[in-house]
Write a protein that binds this ligand. Structure first.
Ligand SMILES: Cc1cc2nc3c(=O)[nH]c(=O)nc-3n(C[C@H](O)[C@H](O)[C@H](O)COP(=O)(O)OP(=O)(O)OC[C@H]3O[C@@H](n4cnc5c(N)ncnc54)[C@H](O)[C@@H]3O)c2cc1C
Length: 308
């Protein structure tokens, strides 16, 4: 990629940030990852669309970045342009809907916990599960994020995205191919701009109690004080990845500064200066041992990006 030339052109076209060789460790919750050739933080929605269209027209590989809470970026980094939703897409509008519901328009860069807290304030149910998921609305849609029996797909009505050809598309819920930690965007890349949710209006006190219980459960069971990318592996059908990792004796096992958490074996935590190579070595070790002992192949849940 002619990164320097692209940076210069984009820096003239937008008010947002355009950086060369930006370390992605700064933008992932695991604090691991080498540089992206280009890192772009547009300043508003129009700039997101302009940047994505520019990259498509010039045949420059690109990927959207949310909060980086589901990513393992290789130490060599990414040979593409990384476009962050972030502050460009943090809009939120909540209004009354039919049959005691609320209609929510949320920008893709809005943090899920912010959305959940705002809904709690307004008496909007159905999304308390999102209060402890440190991702963005866009990343949550991409992953169909979920917890405590709830998933994004339960409340999504429509998603607006720039598709891979640069056109703006509006996808209805049944066009989003939602499944366990999966959406259509895995096969049909695009940049999610906004989601519309419909949620029931419920008793705010009951809502607050439910959310507090979810957050307390996380604090008790997840290593929230250390950098991580959440669950490392998907739960195999009828099983828990964490239980399998623990059963093969890897809870607390460490390679360099990467460790299977002593609190939750399916979380890999960064004890200080972990590298992607160390995280990948831990993952390979768990996959090998679990397969040998249980005949089950553990599939990564976090997104592994870049050449090792
Ligand atoms: C402590 C902790 C707890 C967690 N708990 C949970 C949990 O309970 N349940 C759960 O499901 N996950 C959980 N996660 C994982 C993670 O928070 C979710 O998967 C989240 O939805 C990822 O959102 P993100 O904005 O960080 O996405 P990123 O990590 O930035 O990106 C993930 C993928 O989404 C794509 N993407 C991001 N934004 C867009 C966009 N605007 N348009 C198109 N594609 C986009 C990226 O290209 C990438 O492929 C947890 C993570 C941590 C660190």
């Amino acid at each position: 990629m002619r990164a320097e030339a692209v940076r210069e052109t984009l820096a003239h076209l937008i008010r947002g940030e355009v950086r060369l060789n930006e370390p992605l460790a700064r933008h992932t919750t695991l604090h691991v990852g080498g540089p992206a050739d280009l890192y772009i933080q547009p300043s508003d929605r129009a700039e997101v669309i302009l940047v994505v269209r520019y990259l498509i027209e010039h045949d420059i590989p690109w990927m959207p970045l949310g909060q980086g809470s589901d990513l393992l970026v290789s130490d060599a980094g990414l040979r593409c342009a990384v476009v962050r939703s972030g502050k460009a897409l943090r809009s939120l509008q909540i209004s009354g809907g039919p049959d005691h519901t609320l209609i929510v328009h949320a920008g893709a860069g809005l943090a899920l916990p912010v959305l959940a807290q705002e809904l709690k304030r307004r008496g909007g149910g159905g999304m308390t599960f999102a209060a402890g998921i440190p991702g963005s609305v866009g990343g949550g849609i991409f992953m169909n994020a979920g917890a405590h029996g709830g998933e994004m797909k339960d409340c999504v009505v429509q998603v607006t995205a720039v598709d891979r050809y640069g056109s703006i598309q509006h996808y209805a819920s049944n066009e989003l191919a939602f499944a366990y930690r999966h959406s259509r965007f895995h096969e049909d890349p695009g940049f999610i701009l906004e989601a519309v949710f419909q949620v029931p209006q419920v008793d705010p006190q009951a809502l607050a109690k439910e959310m507090d219980a979810h957050l307390a459960y996380r604090r008790a069971t997840q290593p929230l004080a250390l950098p991580s990318a959440g669950s490392t592996f998907r739960n195999p059908p009828g099983e828990k990845a964490g239980r399998l990792i623990e059963a093969v004796g890897l809870k607390g096992y460490r390679i360099g500064d990467a460790q299977f958490s002593t609190l939750h074996a399916n979380f890999i935590v960064n004890l200080g200066h972990a590298t992607a190579a160390q995280v990948l070595a831990l993952m390979a070790c768990a996959q090998r041992r679990v397969f040998e002992q249980f005949g089950i192949h553990l599939e990564p849940e976090l997104r592994v990006l870049g050449e090792p």
